[in-house]
Write a protein that binds this ligand. Structure first.
Ligand SMILES: [Zn+2]
Length: 117
């Protein structure tokens, strides 16, 4: 892992730790992978395999701030809200917005210049 990848993984693990202190996640693990090979996305979260991928090809010095302030809490909130609110109707619905805010993120669906899910 290069320096940016390590920074992204470390920050994501920190946000997951914050989530564990707030929400009853039990022993459920979230895997963080800093190499996403699909160039179309800056980040993806999978409910099925409980994994978040980040595409560090999108991460330059300018974008690193955006990854940390918006993209990381956004993606972690997806998996945490799936654990806590499995019956939520919309992936960017009120449950996700609440979790994203609690994790220090900005609860909006789109992040300028970064395509993600
Ligand atoms: Zn999303």
């Amino acid at each position: 892992m290069n320096r940016i990848e390590r920074t992204i993984v470390k920050e994501t693990e920190r946000v997951i730790k914050v989530a564990r202190s707030i929400y009853p996640m039990g022993t459920r693990e979230i895997v963080v992978v800093p190499k996403l090979l699909d160039y179309r996305y800056a980040a993806l979260a999978s409910f099925r395999v409980k994994t978040i991928w980040f595409n560090t090809m999108y991460c330059n010095t300018k974008n690193l701030d955006l990854f940390i302030s918006e993209l990381i809490p956004h993606e972690v909130a997806h998996l945490v809200s799936d654990f806590v609110y499995p019956d939520a109707k919309h992936i960017h619905g009120k449950e996700w917005k609440e979790v994203c805010t609690e994790l220090g993120g900005i609860p909006k669906q789109w992040i300028k210049g970064l395509v993600h899910h």
